[in-house]
Design a protein around this ligand. Structure first.
Ligand SMILES: [Zn+2]
Length: 219
């Protein structure tokens, strides 16, 4: 079986999505790229996460051709491929339908630097991509272009996408940003905008997060 380790990771982290409050039902999807071969292990389309075994995880080449596995890959495969093509140093993509991040995306607002945790994204602010049909090449393009060098992007009226050097980093980023989005919405619900951190404060946070920063040439 091709990419056995990566397929196991996709199955394992997929099972964590619902208990972590990051998605509901079969929503969201995740993938890991093997940096050696460039092949990508991606969650299957429309399967309950707790029913996905490593054999159900599909392996595709960088152009999306199925290399191994009997299941149809996620309907957002184009988005995963787009991020891998644009970000050679990122090897995992986690797409969630988490409620707070999605609510923010329905307001079509970016997530501002209201917490130092936003710096985990590698930027001061997580942008919101314009609405495009789910599963469409247009959504893939809008998400990748809007994210730019940021490790996360909100999808208008849809959800959140996080990138990482590995699946653990991408998953953790999704958890932290969902927390931040929830706190930001509470601030707005209290009738006020939170006091935002300065560029200097965010730069220090990024520096302290170290590995999550954006060193030169690490786009
Ligand atoms: Zn989605």
């Amino acid at each position: 079986m091709l990419l056995q380790t990566e397929r196991l990771l996709v199955a394992q982290y997929g099972r964590k999505l619902i208990p972590a409050g990051l998605t509901a039902g079969t929503g969201g999807n995740l993938s890991v790229r093997d940096s050696r071969t460039g092949y990508i292990a991606v969650s299957p389309s429309g399967m309950e996460y707790d029913a996905i075994s490593p054999a159900d995880v599909t392996v595709v080449s960088p152009d999306g051709t199925v290399a191994d596995g009997a299941r149809r890959p996620t309907s957002e495969l184009a988005m995963h491929l787009g991020f891998y093509a644009a970000r050679p140093n990122r090897h995992a993509v986690v797409h969630t339908h988490s409620p707070a991040a999605t609510a923010l995306a329905c307001l079509r607002r970016s997530l501002p630097p209201m917490s130092y945790l936003v710096a985990l994204s590698g930027r001061d602010e997580v942008p919101c991509a314009p609405y495009r049909d789910f599963g469409s090449p247009a959504l893939a393009q809008a998400a990748v272009e809007t994210a730019g060098g940021c490790d996360a992007v909100l999808l208008a009226n849809h959800g959140l996408v996080c990138l990482g050097k590995d699946l653990d980093a991408a998953f953790q980023l999704a958890e932290e940003l969902e927390f931040c989005a929830g706190v930001y919405l509470r601030c707005l619900a209290a009738g006020a905008e939170p006091v935002l951190l300065t560029k200097e404060e965010m730069a220090r946070a990024r520096e302290r997060f170290g590995a999550y920063g954006q060193p030169k040439g690490d786009e």
